[in-house]
Write a protein that binds this ligand. Structure first.
Ligand code: FAD
Ligand code: SIN
Length: 561
């Protein structure tokens, strides 16, 4: 089935594509809904949209390479007899430090149990108690056990397996892997007024550049976690979706809020693999090299305080004791107990000769989750007609200034479904489009891509990390501006260049928003503004059409989209 979609023709869109192209010369593919991303949000959106039309799903690497597949702890939902809707809502709002949109939180919680039922119906295997009931764990910020999980610490693997198998079984869905979306195709005057998204330009190593025309596009590209040197994220998390949406003129919200997970493995030369918060949920304690606990005095929930508090607690303690890592003490579980509850972690740690039943696990905070993103309403609609977003790339006010653990897989399920339904209902676009790049290569020298990228991630870690200051942020912005001058004026022909360009756009958005927010709140800590201020009890909304952010009060989420 193909839709009556526009072809390249008359109107010049005043915006910048990463590559110059004339659409007439490229192979063209047509679909009803194009979903960019094969994680939880993209697959859930695709499954919903496929009930009303044809869907194409893109992944820039293998289909199961995503943050979704890495998830450990599980999926939060109100399932236990002693749990309540209000309990989950309150825990989410408290973690969000005043910036959550209540209507979004209520929608998530109200649709949570239904999302788990959907997964059970698709055949997802969850861990169970001896009596057959779903096994529930606890993580930071939760006052109840309300997190379902699979194979101990491999919830993401099982979730990705389930959704990929379910999507593959639907004839209306086609999935293209190794297919990199470079840019969204837009028609309109380019001033943000009547812009409409019509599809995307993609690159596949075998088929080259292609155009995929669609009635609606759902961005589900995940977050920007690869912006920081220390990161738990998959390599795919390079902010492509935020950068594409920015170039297309969409509104971007609250990018200063990036969550740092307190416990990533700290071994020189090893990846910063996540050590799930569920390990602390099962009783492990944070200690320093001398075996001393330090979280008890900082928060009533101790090691299970919200993540921003634990991450800052670790950083402060390390500065006090002049060390480079703290330790998780999970010895109370014993070697067998740990292996039974966290088989994947036990196996990974054994690779470094660590037996958690006997040894301390060295840990440090690392970038983990992107809270800000492309502004959407409750149905994933962005500020540009025809463009929807869901999952970690999107902002809908759910997480406020700090995400509650294990709320994001649920977010992908609940808001992915809603975005898929809304996208499939989008009318056929009639806007004509003539699509030419206005990129003007300069004579400036080309910087080494790998070196620029590693300098960028180091600068983000140093100056735009867990603890920030006005001077540090200005320094980071100067560096990003410098690298941008030498990198955004180039036409690259592979993913390394395109990813660097996207990281620079995303890094600039994070640093600018962090410099603007002159207060400390949730995951955003400023040494020069150490307290929260009511003046900043609002969202910052950024668009490439305006030099300054719009400041939008809570509850006015509808006007963003
Ligand atoms: P992702 O799952 O990251 O998928 C992004 C998709 O977009 C990929 O398919 C990728 O190929 C594609 N893509 C990106 N750019 C392009 C492009 N340019 N062109 C084409 N395709 C593109 N959350 C929880 O709720 N519970 C947990 O237990 C949990 N554990 C976590 C553990 C780790 C180690 C990490 C990193 C995160 C964890 N999270 C957890 C967070 C959660 O996993 C993510 O927020 C969530 O999976 C994001 O889903 P998504 O669909 O938005 O994006
Ligand atoms: C974890 O298992 O600690 C990660 C959970 C999450 O990020 O929500």
């Amino acid at each position: 089935m193909t839709s009556a979609l526009p072809h390249a023709s008359e109107t010049i869109s005043d915006r910048r594509y990463l590559i110059p192209f004339r659409s007439q010369l490229l192979p063209q593919i047509f679909t009803d809904v194009l979903v960019i991303g094969s994680g939880v949000a993209g697959l859930r959106a695709a499954m919903e949209a496929s009930t009303r039309g044809e869907v194409i799903v893109l992944a820039k690497g293998a289909l199961d390479r995503s943050n979704t597949a890495l998830a450990q702890g599980g999926i939060a939902a109100v399932l236990a007899a002693d749990d309540t809707r209000e309990g989950h809502i309150d825990d989410t709002l408290v973690a969000g430090a005043g910036l959550c949109e209540r209507a979004t939180v209520e929608t998530l919680v109200d649709e949570g149990a239904r999302a788990i039922d959907f997964l059970l119906a698709q055949g997802m295997r969850f861990d169970r108690e001896a009596d057959g009931a779903l096994s529930l764990t606890r993580e930071g910020g939760h006052h109840r056990r309300r997190i379902v999980h699979s194979d101990g610490d491999a919830t993401g693997t099982e979730l990705a397996r389930t959704l990929l198998a379910a999507a593959a079984a639907l004839p209306a869905i086609r999935m293209f892997e190794q297919c990199f979306a470079l840019d969204l195709l837009t028609a309109g005057q380019g001033d943000g007024g009547d812009e409409r998204v019509l599809g995307a330009i993609t690159h596949h190593p075998k088929y080259g550049l292609q155009i995929i025309w669609a009635r609606a596009v759902v961005l589900a590209t995940g977050g920007v976690g690869q912006l920081w040197r220390e990161s738990t994220n998959s390599r795919i998390a390079t902010g492509d979706g935020v950068a594409m949406a920015w170039r297309a003129g969409a509104k971007i919200v609250d990018m200063e809020f990036a969550q740092f997970h307190p416990t990533a493995l700290y071994i020189a030369g090893a990846p910063r693999s996540l050590i799930s918060e569920a390990v602390r949920g099962e009783g492990a304690k944070l200690v320093d090299r001398s075996g001393r606990r330090f979280m008890e005095s900082l928060h009533p929930l101790g090691e299970l305080a919200p993540r921003d508090i634990v991450s800052r607690g670790i950083i402060d303690h390390l500065a006090r004791v002049q060390d480079s890592c703290v330790f998780l003490d999970a010895k109370q579980m014993g070697s067998t107990g740990f292996r039974a509850r966290f088989p994947g972690l036990a196996q990974m740690l054994a690779g470094y000769d660590i037996d958690p039943g006997k040894d301390l696990i060295p840990v440090t905070p690392a970038a983990h989750y992107t809270i800000g993103g492309v502004a959407t309403d409750l149905d994933g609609r962005t500020s540009i007609a025809g463009l929807f977003a869901a999952g970690e790339v999107a902002w809908n006010g759910l997480h406020g200034a700090n995400r509650l653990a294990s709320n994001s897989l649920l977010e992908g399920l609940v808001f992915g479904r809603r975005a898929g339904a809304a996208a499939a209902s989008e009318p056929t676009a009639r806007s004509p489009a003539r699509l030419v790049s206005d990129i003007r290569p300069s004579l400036r020298a080309e910087l080494d891509l790998a070196d620029s990228r590693s300098s960028l991630t180091s600068a983000m870690w140093r100056n735009v990390g867990i603890v920030r200051s006005g001077a540090g942020l200005e320094g980071a912005l100067d560096m990003i501006e410098f690298w941008s001058r030498y990198s955004l004026d180039k036409i690259f022909d592979d993913l390394h260049g395109w990813e660097l360009q996207n990281l620079l756009v995303a890094g600039s958005l994070v640093a600018r928003a962090a410099a603007w927010r002159e207060e400390s709140r949730g995951t955003h800590t400023r040494t020069d503004f150490p307290t929260s201020s009511d003046r900043f009890l609002a969202h910052s909304v950024w668009s490439r059409h305006q030099a300054e952010p719009a400041v939008v009060a809570l509850g006015e989420v509808g006007v963003l989209a």
